[in-house]
Design a protein around this ligand. Structure first.
Ligand code: NDP
Length: 310
């Protein structure tokens, strides 16, 4: 099958252009949306993610600020910082980068964020609004997946959608968003029986599992649209040869960086069977940061009563 590649990099670039235009219009009216990021401790992967978020803000003309409490920060100190950011009127979005250092009470810190500034969409108030379909700020990766489907010309209404993975961050909110788009939704997890048969029903199959290439030929209905959220790593030449036969670029990347990325879906199977799919990298990933920017703009508007009803 000649499958359509759902190019997340291109879709993200298109959305960022729109966001830059809208941000400029808001700035001309006197408001520059501002994102405050809390990066606690010394997690190197978190530092990389945070840098890319701050750079993305700059690129669309939004303001940002970075707070870096030390590795031994107490829950009380984090709560104080969040309360301070809640109080400051010029801060529109607050993002607490996870994971927090071990001693910090993550849920207490996340719950302390003003729901109007919760650009990760993880506050119970925003999750509650998501259930009713009355949401404004929803988790970024699921929002990005809906954008990929819509901008990729994939109809959602009436389709059978199967989401494999039930995390609070991806699987559950995505299931709700697809439901609000009028899909018939099934959410699977590690205890699901006959996973292959359930997945075979899917017109839209989403894998958000976190295990390399576990979704294979027998899970994918011919002609299905497949969205691969997984970000796993292959670290041996034999594995790279198995999943990406004859791909010299992948082998070179492995040699240079010690790993090459792979999703939760077997790349050989998806090309054979899907009508459209997201590649890894360059599929879902670029949308996640982009939707953080979109949420920051939404928060800035909502907080100023700018034409959006809550
Ligand atoms: P979690 O580990 O929180 O959740 C994984 C889910 O997969 C769980 O619900 C688990 O079931 C289920 N699962 C695990 N093994 C199986 C299996 N063999 N069969 C069926 N279900 C299974 O992960 P996240 O949702 O946070 O992330 C999933 C993946 O997406 C990861 O690779 C992550 O790195 C990636 N990700 C990528 C993002 C991006 O921007 N590209 C953003 C966020 C995540 P159970 O609940 O029963 O344990």
């Amino acid at each position: 099958m000649n499958a359509q590649i759902l190019n997340g990099t291109a879709i993200a670039a298109q959305i960022r252009q729109e966001l830059a235009r809208e941000t400029a219009a808001l700035a001309a009216a006197g408001t520059i949306p501002r994102l405050a990021v809390v990066l606690a401790g010394n997690n190197p992967a978190s530092a990389v993610y945070v840098r890319s978020k701050i750079k993305a803000c700059e690129e669309v003309g939004m303001a940002s600020e970075l707070h870096t409490p030390a590795e031994d920060v107490s829950t009380e100190a984090l709560l104080e910082l969040v309360q301070d950011l809640n109080r400051r009127p010029e801060v529109d979005g607050i993002l607490v980068q996870l994971p927090l250092p071990r001693q910090a009470a993550t849920r207490r810190v996340l719950d302390a964020v003003d729901p109007a500034k919760d650009v990760d969409g993880l506050h119970p108030v925003n999750l509650g609004k998501l259930i009713s379909g009355n949401h404004r700020l929803a988790p970024c990766t699921p929002l990005g997946i809906i954008q990929i489907l819509k901008r990729g010309g994939i109809e959602i209404a009436g389709k059978e959608a199967v989401v494999v993975g039930r995390s609070d961050l991806v699987g559950k909110p995505l299931g709700l968003l697809l439901l609000h788009e009028h899909a018939t939704v099934t959410i699977c997890h590690s205890r699901t029986r006959q996973l292959e048969a359930v997945c075979q029903r899917a017109d839209i199959l989403v894998a958000a599992i976190g295990q390399a290439a576990v979704i294979g030929e027998r899970h994918i209905k011919p002609g299905a649209v497949v969205i691969d959220v997984g970000t796993n790593r292959l670290t041996s030449a034999a594995e790279v040869e198995k999943y990406f036969p004859g791909d010299a670029q992948r082998l070179e990347q492995l040699e240079k960086r010690g790993a090459t990325p792979i999703g939760d879906v077997d790349p050989r199977a998806v090309r054979e069977r899907a009508s459209a799919f997201t590649p890894v990298p360059g599929g879902v990933g670029p949308l996640t940061v982009t939707m953080l920017l979109a949420n920051t703009l939404t928060a800035a508007r909502l907080r100023r009563g700018d034409g959006m009803t809550e």
